[in-house]
Design a protein. Structure first.
Length: 486
């Protein structure tokens, strides 16, 4: 079976006048360029009005669409809109390939534009192309590119070297609780299941500057920080801050973005994950502000962060899917895309949560680790998981194909139908009794902090493995009216 390949659609913004488009095939050969009028000034008032609503966490479903369409229409004039739709239709819908959308903005010249939440982008209803959210569509990857003087290089893992993951937790007593146990458990399970490939370094809690420095001295490939962050005014400038811990007191020690980024001078991980409130937000008044922007300015290849305040439960839901995808061998940008997709499924796009995670990359693509052969990758498969080693190419097995075909309404209906007829124990037993269809320990591989969350992941995984119809038939043997309206 032919594997999916990645095409690239690069959007370049250097001023308030022109949008430049560059298109590339999977071999990075040019498929043409185009340009259009940047319409942000005309849409600015509408966008700012909706952003105020988003900041206050008051977006309705209709307003979420309005914001996404306004951002889209500011980037794509009528000619570029058709240019994008043609490219999308040809390679995603017709040829069933993947499409990477790379947003490259000159933050020094137009910081206000760089600070906009482009993760809300969606195709306008007037295009008659259906509902397509650019930052969550499983057949797309949307990320922000950071062009530095020296592009980051993929990590070369030595033969037999394990992928090292670091987890740093900062939960000062004088601030609200930080829920980290679910992410910690996910990483511990990942390291246990793939013990020959992955090493979870000793977890630090509390996170003092010296403790973080000691953890970085062990040279982790992935550094995950969980704690508090904020974006505040200092002498007329907006500055991102992170709450570390004062040694011996367990009280908050707020450090600014410059100091926090400087911690990565000792060692530069391949991926930094900031699970903090507002960690991904950028300043409109000055370029390269915001914690995430400062970190990637240290020539870190990939930074994943949050651009709005986010609940611990929502952040954990995103992280759960993010690491589940990495554990299957998917590139980091695809893992982020699907993490946002799960948030969209959970919230039905009725608030800003799905657009909160942001990925900044200083790489040509999301393949961060060194190359392995196809045979070596395929031989690593076990119990439905693909070990996270090597530069995983686009020819992963067909069951890795991302969910497509079911609408959000159909997924919600199917989840409600499962809840209606099956409790968790009954569902688990049904899957065990049909291991010849679903595989051994299928249910135990499904993530989620609650039964409803597990059902969301279950439906995604069933669709990935093309088992939706088989599952429905199994349940209908006991409950004939199950999902009859799907």
């Amino acid at each position: 079976m032919m594997s999916k390949k990645y095409y690239t659609y690069r959007i370049c913004l250097n001023d308030f006048r022109v949008v430049k488009i560059e298109r590339y095939d999977p071999q990075n050969q040019s498929l043409g360029i185009a340009s259009g009028v940047f319409g942000y000034q005309e849409k600015r008032q509408e966008i700012q009005r909706l952003l105020e609503i988003a900041i206050n966490y008051e977006l309705s479903e209709e307003q979420t669409c309005q914001l996404g369409e306004a951002l889209f229409n500011s980037l794509f004039d009528s000619r570029l809109c058709q240019n994008f739709i043609d490219f999308y239709y040809k390679f995603v819908q017709e040829e069933e390939q993947f499409l990477r959308i790379e947003l490259d903005i000159d933050e020094q010249k137009i910081p206000e534009v760089a600070a906009l939440p482009w993760e809300f982008l969606c195709l306008p209803e007037s295009t008659n192309q259906g509902t397509v959210w650019l930052a969550t569509d499983p057949n797309l990857v949307f990320y922000r590119h950071r062009a530095l003087w020296n592009s980051a290089k993929p990590i070369q893992l030595a033969k037999g070297e394990k992928l090292r993951i670091a987890l740093a937790i900062s939960s000062p007593k004088n601030l609200s609780n930080v829920e980290y146990l679910e992410v910690q458990e996910k990483l511990e399970n990942l390291a246990t299941e793939q013990s020959e490939e992955i090493e979870l370094l000793p977890i630090i809690n509390p996170s003092t500057p010296i403790a973080i420095d000691g953890l970085l001295e062990r040279k982790p490939h992935i550094f995950h920080f969980i704690g508090h962050g904020r974006f505040e005014d200092e002498e007329g400038e907006k500055v991102g801050k992170i709450a570390l811990v004062r040694p011996g007191l367990n009280q908050a020690k707020w450090v600014d973005e410059k100091f926090f980024a400087s911690l990565f001078v000792r060692h530069r991980p391949g991926i930094v994950v900031l699970q903090v409130c507002e960690g991904g937000k950028q300043s409109e008044s000055e370029a390269f502000k915001g914690v995430a922007a400062k970190i990637i300015g240290q020539n870190i290849p990939v930074v994943v962060a949050m651009q709005y305040e986010i609940t611990n439960a929502t952040a954990n839901l995103f992280s759960d899917e993010f690491y589940r995808r990495l554990g299957k061998g998917e590139p980091v940008d695809m893992a982020v895309q699907n993490g946002r997709y799960v948030l969209g499924l959970e919230t039905q796009y009725q608030n800003r949560d799905f657009a909160t995670p942001v990925i900044f990359m200083n790489l040509r693509n999301g393949y961060l680790f060194s190359e392995k052969s196809q045979d070596e990758l395929l031989n690593k498969e076990q119990n439905g998981l693909l070990y996270l080693t090597g530069e995983h190419k686009e020819y992963l097995r067909s069951r890795r194909r991302l969910e497509m075909g079911l609408t959000d309404k159909q997924r919600k209906y199917l989840r409600e139908e499962i809840e209606r007829v099956l409790d968790e124990d009954t569902l688990r037993m049904s899957l065990i009794e049909n291991e010849e269809i679903f595989g051994k320990n299928f249910y135990n591989q499904i993530s989620g902090s609650s039964y409803r969350n597990k059902l969301t992941f279950l439906i995604i995984e069933l669709k990935n493995r093309e088992l939706i119809n088989d599952f429905i038939e199994v349940v209908q043997n006991e409950y004939p009216n199950f999902a009859r309206d799907l």
